[in-house]
Design a protein around this ligand. Structure first.
Ligand code: FAD
Ligand code: LAC
Ligand code: ZN
Length: 430
C-alpha cells in the first residue's frame, strides 16, 4: 500500500519515519494522540484525487489535515488512518480587485492570505492560530474567530470551492458569481463537514473592505452582563469589528504565562473591543476603565491578553475544551453555573457578541457530560465554531434530532460511499 501511495505523490512525500509522523499524530492541545502508518503530502488536486481513489479501492481510511490546530480531535489519526496533509497546496492566486475575491489552495495559512490581500483588501476572518491554521481546515470546520461579529464566519466568506469527494471525483465551482442559484450549495455543505464528505483542495473567498481607522480598547467591566451592555452600546455608535470577553482568572493566567503587566484596573471581566471609527465612540459605552490604542504595536499588545488565552490554558495542563453558544439572555447565568461544575479549574473566555464562550476545564476529565447537558438545557449549541470532531460526537444527539442525524448519514453515504473520509469524526457510531 505504501508503494502505491509513493507512486502517486513521490516517495519523499509519503512520510513514514516515526519522528516525522509524530507531529501529525497528536492534536494541538495534546489531548488526542493516535498513530498513522503514513502521512501523505500531495501537491495538486489531481494527486489528492488519485490518493483518495486509491484509498477507496484499498479500503483505507483517511484523515485530512491542514495546520492541525483544530481543538476537537478531528485532525489526528486516532484509529490508524492515513493522514492526508494538504499543506503543500499553498499557492494564492491574484486578487480579483473588482470582485474583491481571491482563489487559493487549501494549504494556505490564514496569515499568508491576510498578508497577500493587504492593504487593499482584508480577509474578513481572524483567529489566534492564523499562522498555522489553513484555509482548507477553516472551511472544513466553518471557522468563526474574532471578526465573526462583523463579517460572519468562513461560510459567509466562501464564494466557491474545489474538493475531492470520497469516491475520488473532483467537484469544482470557483467562478465566484455573487448570485448563482443553480442547485445544491456544495460549498456551503462541505463547509463545516470536518473532512467527512470531501477533501477541500481550493477555495475562493469574498474579501472585505479594510476598516479605515481601527481602534482597539481593553476595557474593565463588572461582569458578563456589563460586557454585553457595553457591546450593545458600542454597536449603536460604530461598526464593531471585534468584541471579546476575558474573565479575570483568564487575564491573570495570561499575565503569568507571558509576564505581562496588569493592563487596566483589575475587574471581574474585561472586553477587547475593536471598531472602525473615532476613539470618542467609547464615550457612549459604560465601562469601569479602559486603555485605547490606535497604532499597530499597541493594538497588538492589547490583543495579547485575549489571543494568548488558549496557549496560556495549555501551558497549565491538558484541558477539556467546550466551545459553546448560548442565547445571550442566559449567558451571564450560564457562566456562573458552569464554573460550579466538576472539580477542576474553569477558565471562560470568548466571542461574547456571538453568544460564543470557550469553556476550558483543567484537572477534571469527567466533566464533559455535565457541561454539554447544561448547554443543551439553555437551548445552546455544543459547538459554536470548532466542530464536533471525535471529542463531542457522543453528545451530538443533545442538539440534533434523530431525523437530522439520519439526514447527515444519508449525505455521508452519498458523497463518501465507502466511508473512508474521517470515519471517526462527527457522526456517532450506529
Ligand atoms: P486541522 O486542525 O488540520 O483540521 C481540522 C478539521 O478539518 C479536521 O476534522 C480535519 O480532518 C479537517 N480538515 C483539515 N483540512 C481539510 C481539508 N483541506 N479538507 C477537508 N477537511 C480538512 N477556531 C475558530 O473557529 N475560531 C477561533 O477563534 C479559533 N482560535 C484558535 C486559537 C488557537 C490558539 C488555536 C490553537 C485554535 C483556534 N481555533 C479557532 C481552532 C482552529 O484553528 C480552527 O478549527 C481551524 O479552522 C483549523 O484549521 P487547521 O488547518 O489547523 O485544520
Ligand atoms: C479562540 C479559540 C479557542 O477563540 O477559538 O481563541
Ligand atoms: Zn474562538
Amino acid at each position: 500500500v505504501l508503494d502505491g501511495l509513493r507512486e502517486l505523490v513521490g516517495a519523499e512525500h509519503v512520510l513514514v519515519d516515526a519522528d516525522v509522523r509524530a507531529g501529525y499524530e497528536v492534536d494541538w492541545t495534546g489531548r488526542f494522540r493516535g498513530a498513522t502508518p503514513a502521512v501523505v503530502r500531495p501537491a495538486s488536486v489531481d494527486e489528492v484525487a488519485a490518493v483518495v481513489a486509491y484509498c477507496r479501492a484499498e479500503g483505507i481510511a483517511v484523515v485530512p489535515q491542514g495546520g492541525n490546530t483544530g481543538l476537537v480531535g478531528g485532525s489526528v489519526p486516532l484509529d490508524g488512518e492515513v493522514v492526508l496533509s494538504l499543506r503543500r497546496l499553498s499557492s494564492i492566486g491574484p486578487v480579483d480587485d473588482l470582485a474583491g475575491q481571491v482563489t487559493m489552495g487549501a494549504g494556505v495559512t490564514l496569515g499568508a492570505l491576510q498578508a497577500a490581500v493587504a492593504p487593499g483588501w482584508s480577509a474578513g476572518l481572524d483567529l489566534a492560530a492564523r499562522d498555522s491554521a489553513t484555509i482548507g481546515g477553516m472551511v472544513a470546520t466553518n471557522a468563526g474567530g474574532t471578526s465573526f461579529v462583523r463579517h460572519g464566519g468562513m461560510r459567509a466568506r466562501l464564494a466557491g470551492i474545489e474538493a475531492v469527494l470520497g469516491d475520488g471525483s473532483i467537484v469544482r465551482h470557483l467562478g465566484g458569481l455573487a448570485k448563482d442559484n443553480t442547485g445544491y450549495d456544495l460549498a456551503g455543505l462541505l463547509c463545516g463537514s470536518e473532512g467527512t464528505l470531501g477533501v477541500v483542495t481550493a477555495a475562493r473567498l469574498q474579501l472585505v473592505v479594510p476598516p479605515r481607522n481601527v481602534v482597539t480598547a481593553l476595557c474593565a467591566v463588572d461582569g458578563v452582563e456589563g460586557a454585553l451592555r457595553a457591546v450593545r452600546q458600542l454597536r449603536a455608535a460604530v461598526p464593531v469589528d471585534a468584541a471579546e470577553l476575558v474573565l479575570d482568572e483568564g487575564l491573570q493566567l495570561v499575565r503569568t504565562h507571558l509576564g505581562l503587566p496588569q493592563p487596566v484596573t483589575a475587574a471581574p471581566a474585561y472586553l477587547v473591543l475593536e471598531w472602525d471609527g473615532a476613539v470618542e465612540a467609547l464615550r457612549s459605552v459604560e465601562v469601569l476603565d479602559a486603555v485605547v490604542a490606535e497604532d499597530e504595536g499597541r493594538r497588538q499588545a492589547l490583543w495579547r491578553y485575549r489571543d494568548a488565552q488558549t496557549e496560556a490554558v495549555n501551558a497549565v495542563g491538558v484541558p477539556h475544551k467546550f466551545d459553546v453558544t448560548l442565547p445571550p439572555p442566559g449567558l451571564a447565568r450560564f457562566v456562573d453555573e458552569v464554573r460550579t461544575l466538576g472539580s477542576g479549574t474553569t477558565i471562560v473566555f470568548g466571542h461574547v457578541a456571538d453568544g460564543n464562550l470557550h469553556v476550558n476545564v483543567l484537572g477534571d476529565d469527567d466533566v464533559d457530560d455535565d457541561v454539554l447537558r447544561l448547554v443543551a438545557g439553555y437551548g445552546g449549541s455544543i459547538s459554536a465554531e470548532h466542530g464536533i470532531g471525535t471529542a463531542k460526537k457522543r453528545w451530538l444527539h443533545l442538539v440534533r434530532s434523530e431525523a437530522e442525524i439520519a439526514a447527515f448519514r444519508a449525505i455521508k453515504r452519498a458523497l463518501d460511499p465507502a466511508g473512508i473520509l474521517n470515519p471517526n469524526v462527527l457522526l456517532p457510531p450506529l
